[in-house]
Design a protein around this ligand. Sequence first.
Ligand SMILES: [Fe+2]
Ligand SMILES: [Fe+2]
Length: 354
Amino acid sequence: MLCVLGIAVRNCGEAKRTPSKNEAFKTMTDEPKADNHDTSRRKFLLLSAVGGLAAASLATETDVEAQEINCAPVSGSVAWKQKGNNEHVRALQTSADHSGGGELHLDYFGHTAFRLTTPAGLSLLFDPWRNDPSGAWGLWFPADFPRIVVDLALSTHTHFDHDAIDKVDATSVLDRFVGKFSFADVEITGVADKHATDQPGSYKWIEAVKESGADPYPPNNPGHLDNVTYLVESAGIRTLIWGDNRAKPPEDVWKRWGRVDVLTLPVDGSEHVLSFEQGNEIVERLKPKIVIPTHYLQKGVSSALSTLQAADSWVNAQKRKRNLAESRLVLTADSIKDYDREFFYFGNSARHGQ
Ligand SMILES: [Fe+2]
Ligand SMILES: [Fe+2]
């Protein structure tokens, strides 16, 4: 047990009486020299404790009652370990050159994870994935999400296949944020809506939510069936990050999105989130220049255990489509101006590192 500034703290695994100040000094001077590591450490802490007591003039000759503390292993954010720092963001913060033109880079990390890099060089990562920590949903991703350095990390909702913002080294984190964010040459509008529920595919995962006793439908849905979509404006291009949003949001949501140039949509062969028909209806309503399928089974990223399937059959049914051989798209407002609902399918192309 250690005593610091009059507070007795139980040293995990020990149940000893707190020594008085005099006893502590005696212990330090009387202990044999041939000491094991644990005893030495205890002695050091004891010395610190006595020093603190003396400095604060709070020492008493009586024992202090032990205060129970939680000795469970500490868990939570490991952001303090990250490799990057904010120097890049600081440079962007003071740069005056944010004219709005230039190239927008879009890197696909598989599933629904995208990194957008603006003409000014600001990097934004959306929806990094991980496996369900409870194990209930099985192995979706055989490998870990690559530990990359980005300026901003964002997540659309709390499902494991979208929320691994602790798996990347990000200067700033915008987790499920709603409203406007403006920095350097990007403006993001976070629009609150709801997750898809009654998926038309054969795997009725919504039944598992019902089995848990939760009502999956708005307005009483559990928080994990909320979803934020992000409308990202940069380089004169408006990109909509859909996440797992429902197919038919209310009218105010469509208005908040406004014009969409690049649309990401979670449609796979199993119709896990949206059906082909729902996807087509959204495309017809928004009439984006480019459609990017997401949330599908992808070799090298996801496992068949996810029950997802490739998006080939949906893409092949479209009038205008192209299969991408690389994981990066380089877009400018001018280069995409003549596209009309053109499907850009990454297939098995995904980025696996910085
Ligand atoms: Fe989800
Ligand atoms: Fe998902």
